[in-house]
Design a binder for this molecule. Structure first.
Ligand code: CUA
Length: 346
């Protein structure tokens, strides 16, 4: 119950972020509550279709079984003029036993074949040349997002262009893990796909409506498994191109944060974080080149505000207990300098 409440709170935060952010993802700018019944991408449409077929078949079974049970209860209930004798007892009926063995087997075979057909149809889709190529690496507890052909590295917020069904521009995602097993799941866009160390999995999405879609790690992966959210921002082609150009730009090099930049480069920050074009080239933590272009920090756990950035550098565990980044234990003055530098990374 507590976990559910926390999850809802996280989602509510994400919704507000999209509502107030200057860099709204396009569309109505509101992250919809994830529901498998409101798909927005071909694999999710297929999954809903399959779910309705299965629900239909099992619904008929339920009505027949429940109907017969109710009928038997009513028809053979104890009556006032009952003489109290046992009814005739029946032992063994080849016909009946065959029927209740063969019919369920046939139903299971039908369900299996229908499901297999959908799985092969989704997985067998060939990658078109227009497809966007993305590599996503699961970490404890955040998502690393790479666009190898565009030279972009970001975290926790996947931007993709909207895919017009008449001229599809799907996104093909290669999934890898840096540590333990995670699971990549954006309910409205596709099914779940495990993210496994030393194994590469593939999944694709073709979101047909601009807007924000919330995803969540779906495989227990440690303390902050619930704090491993993912936002998919589906943008018009123009907005996506603008976002990509902004992400490809080198990190800003503002003169007024010179002190913070030098301090940052002298600290252990650079062993884990990268800022493109500087000597910070760590890969254990999120790339910070355009940190302030993101809505959240800590993989959807808190909003990306100057106060939260400062509190995070000071002690990440105060905002996300268990986060693997250590408290930096900087003096107030140094903390202000590093914060100012990170806030300039737009
Ligand atoms: Cu990553 Cu659960």
């Amino acid at each position: 119950m507590l976990r559910l409440a926390r999850r809802l709170l996280l989602l509510a935060t994400t919704v507000t972020i999209f509502g107030t952010s200057p860099a709204t993802a396009g569309g109505n700018g509101v992250v919809q509550t994830p529901s498998i019944f409101t798909p927005a991408s071909t694999p999710a449409f297929a999954i809903r279709e399959l779910a309705l077929i299965v629900l239909g078949i099992t619904g008929v079974i339920f009505v027949v079984v429940a109907g017969l049970t109710v009928y038997a209860l009513m028809r053979f209930r104890r009556r006032r003029d009952d003489d109290g004798r046992e009814p005739p007892q029946v032992y063994g009926s080849r016909q009946l036993e065959l029927a209740w063995t063969v019919i369920p087997i046939l139903i299971v075979v039908v369900l299996f074949l229908v499901t297999a057909r959908y799985i092969f149809a989704i997985e067998g889709r060939p990658q078109s040349p227009e497809a966007l190529e993305v590599t996503i690496v699961g970490h404890q507890w955040w998502w690393e997002i790479r666009y190898p052909r565009l030279g972009i590295v970001t975290a926790n917020e996947l931007h993709v262009p909207v895919s017009d069904p008449a001229h599809p521009t799907p996104t093909f995602i290669t999934l890898q893990s840096a540590d333990v097993i995670h699971s990549f799941w954006i309910p409205q866009l596709a099914g779940k796909m495990d993210v496994i160390p030393n194994k590469t999995n593939r999944i694709w999405i073709d979101p047909q409506e601009p807007g924000g879609y919330v995803g969540q790690c779906a495989e227990y992966c440690g303390l902050q498994h619930a704090g491993m959210l993912l936002i998919v921002a589906v943008q018009s082609k123009e907005d996506f191109a603008k976002w990509a150009a902004q992400q490809q730009a080198p990190a800003r090099n503002d003169a007024e944060v010179q002190a913070g930049r030098e301090l940052f480069s002298s600290l252990s920050c650079i062993n884990c974080h990268a800022v493109r074009g500087t000597k910070a080239n760590g890969v254990f933590g999120p790339d910070l080149t355009h940190l302030m272009s993101r809505w959240t920090i800590g993989a959807g756990v808190i909003q990306n505000t100057p106060e939260n950035i400062r509190a995070w550098i000071d002690d990440p565990a105060s905002l996300k207990p268990g986060a693997l980044m250590p408290a930096m234990k900087l003096s107030r003055d140094d903390l202000d300098k590093v914060t100012a530098y990170l806030l300039a990374l737009r």
